[in-house]
Design a protein around this ligand. Structure first.
Ligand code: ASP
Length: 603
């Protein structure tokens, strides 16, 4: 239909425009019929302004339903003092309509877009089925605006430093990053498949062989793996690769880019976040030792402590036997935890058991007035079923190693090293939340460096890459590649933010023989090496430069910035449970002709 085109954006109207005649195009966000007058909160991409329509002037105002699309002509006037709403930017004025056109009407909505409280209760599947309506909510639009700004700032950071933005293929060959591939049948030769890239890893390395030297891309990656709140089958990475650099050069550029982009976006959108500081650096060993995890949340400083030595000769059999059989005993403080009830401590123990612990031992320092099994030299009253098993000297040592303070609950786990670390790292996060130790306005980025090259996969009795097979082993460890793989360190690194892995990267192998040795260590036979990765080995025979890079997740960064607990909220059209798209109903069946074309049969 013909409609009067806008000359003013709703969000730009202010007292400065008083008396002006404006034409608005947009949607009826909220419609209130107050008998005498009809008020419409009128929304376009820029914001919301109140429009007043007088029923004496218009005879069919009932046709203006919520979310119908309208063109409105009217005059900007100041609201009565009683009607001013200083919480919104346009709250001091309104537009009195002289005419309107219903461009396109809306049928009743599946959910109340303008009511944020109600929206938080709407089932996710419905919301994403009607994502085009969900995205009309100003909060959702704002997230996409933040996303666009992140991408724009990243691009300008790299463009200004001589990087080329280069696209790499989507229909390609498997690039392993540890997940299952999404496969696409090849029509011309049934039985052959393309794979969607788990990352552009191989192409970006080939671009280095091709002499591009500085590459970046906002890249789509596809991984068919079990879903979690911070994972999607299809997600976006900032992918970067550089030649003639060492690890330190890459760390510097990655950190500089993060500070630049994140701090600019925090400013631009006035996000409730503190400015980001330079990254803390931890080695993998330090991260595991102090936090039990290579993804430590550094918004709070609690560290694990090791009491294996202090308890190895104690009368507490559980600890003593554990240490004797090669295990360790470590603990963590729970500030304020001494006031937890028996039932609450029982629930903590259940939590630990869920992650493989056999039990949870604890000592409480308090609360006041309780009956204490031991009072320490510095006056701490200890309560615990296990205090009786320790000598005075041992208890004093536990107090000193743990840094126990009045009101603390000290939690101990005794088990194999990996169980202890896994359980205590999870318990640490729980304590951080429960004890209110986390400042939600902080983004704490840290580097985790010096990962081992490979990890033993006990289920499949083989070595797996800690990152991916293209990671460079430390030159000084190369001679241990076959004899002692677990001892080989790699020049690879992760960026962790608030306890979530945000980026990973590494220096790469560029020597064909080393690449073949690493493939062999990973149990990839020579034939398979040739068939799957022959192009990489061959490329490295043509003067390959030393190179390395990194790739942070865009969606996860958005999640940190917007405080969303699920990655779906910051992706324009996300997949839901099972990796399905409720809007388009994908995946979907194909017709008989398509089956025939791709030469496949359902069995
Ligand atoms: N390709 C890696 C990943 O997707 C990142 C990198 O090593 O650059 O995690």
């Amino acid at each position: 239909m013909n409609y009067t085109k806008r000359d003013t954006y709703a969000g730009s109207i202010s007292k400065l425009t008083l008396g002006k005649e404006v034409v608005l195009n947009g949607w009826a966000h909220k419609v209130r019929d107050l008998g005498g007058l009809c008020f419409v909160d009128f929304r376009d991409a820029s914001g919301i302004v109140q429009v007043v329509l007088n029923p004496e002037k218009f005879d069919n105002l009932q046709e203006i339903k919520t979310e119908s699309c309208l063109s409105i002509t009217g005059k900007v006037v100041e609201r009565d003092d009683a009607n001013k709403n200083l919480k919104i930017p346009t709250g001091e004025i309104e537009v009195v309509a002289s005419s309107y056109q219903l461009i396109s009407s809306s049928q009743p909505l599946p959910f109340p877009i303008s009511d944020e409280k109600e929206m938080s209760r709407v089932n996710e599947e419905i919301r994403f089925k009607y994502r085009y309506l969900d995205l009309r909510r100003p909060v959702c639009r704002n997230k996409l605006a933040i996303r666009a700004s992140v991408l724009k700032n990243m691009r300008s950071f790299f463009d200004n430093r001589g990087f080329l933005e280069i696209e790499t293929p989507i229909i390609t060959k498997s690039t392993p990053e540890g997940a299952r591939d999404y496969l696409v049948p090849y029509r011309l030769e049934p039985g052959l498949f393309y794979a969607l890239p788990q990352s552009p890893q191989q192409y970006k390395q080939l671009l280095m062989v091709a002499g591009m030297e500085r590459y970046y891309q906002i890249a789509k990656c596809f991984r068919d793996e079990s879903q979690r709140s911070d994972r999607q089958p299809e997600f976006t990475q900032l992918d970067v690769e550089m030649s003639f650099v060492n690890q330190e050069d890459i760390l510097q550029i990655a950190e500089e880019m993060t500070l630049d982009v994140v701090n600019k976006v925090i400013d631009e959108f006035k996000l409730e976040k503190k400015k980001v500081d330079p990254f803390v650096r931890l080695t993998y060993d330090e991260a595991i030792r102090d936090y039990g995890s290579d993804k430590p949340d550094l918004r709070f400083s609690l560290k694990l402590f090791d009491v294996s030595e202090s308890v190895s000769n104690s009368g507490f059999g559980v600890f003593k036997n554990c240490v004797e059989s090669g295990g360790i005993v470590k603990g963590i403080r729970y500030p304020g935890g001494a006031s937890l009830s028996k039932k609450e401590i029982g629930a903590l123990e259940e939590f630990c058991k869920e992650f493989g612990a056999k039990g949870l031992a604890w000592i409480a320092a308090g609360p006041d007035g309780a009956e204490f099994a031991y009072t320490s030299k510095n006056g701490l009253g200890l309560r615990s079923p296990i205090v009786k098993f320790f000598s005075e000297a041992e208890l004093e040592e536990l107090i000193s190693v743990s840094g126990m303070e009045k009101g603390d609950l000290i939690c101990f786990i005794a088990d194999d090293r990996s169980v202890v670390h896994n359980v205590l790292s999870r318990l640490r996060n729980l304590i951080g939340e429960r004890a209110g130790l986390i400042d939600k306005t902080e983004l704490k980025f840290c580097w985790v460096l010096n990962f081992p090259l490979v990890e033993w996969n006990a289920d499949e009795s083989r070595w797996d890459s800690t990152h991916h097979p293209f990671t460079m082993p430390r030159v000084e460890d190369l001679d241990k590649l076959e004899s002692d793989p677990a001892a080989v360190r790699a020049d690879c690194y992760d960026i962790v933010c608030n306890g979530v892995e945000w980026a990973s990267g590494s220096m790469r192998i560029y020597n064909p023989e080393v690449q073949q040795r690493v493939f062999s260590l990973l149990g990839i036979s020579e034939d398979v090496q040739k068939e799957r990765f022959g192009h990489m080995i061959e490329a490295f025979r043509y003067g390959a430069p030393p190179h390395g890079g990194f790739a942070p997740g865009i969606d996860r960064l958005l999640m940190f910035l917007t405080d969303d607990s699920s990655i779906k909220e910051v992706i324009p059209f996300p997949k839901i449970a099972g990796g399905t798209d409720p809007l388009m109903s994908a995946p979907s069946s194909i017709d008989a002709m398509q089956w025939a074309e791709i030469g496949l049969k359902k069995i």
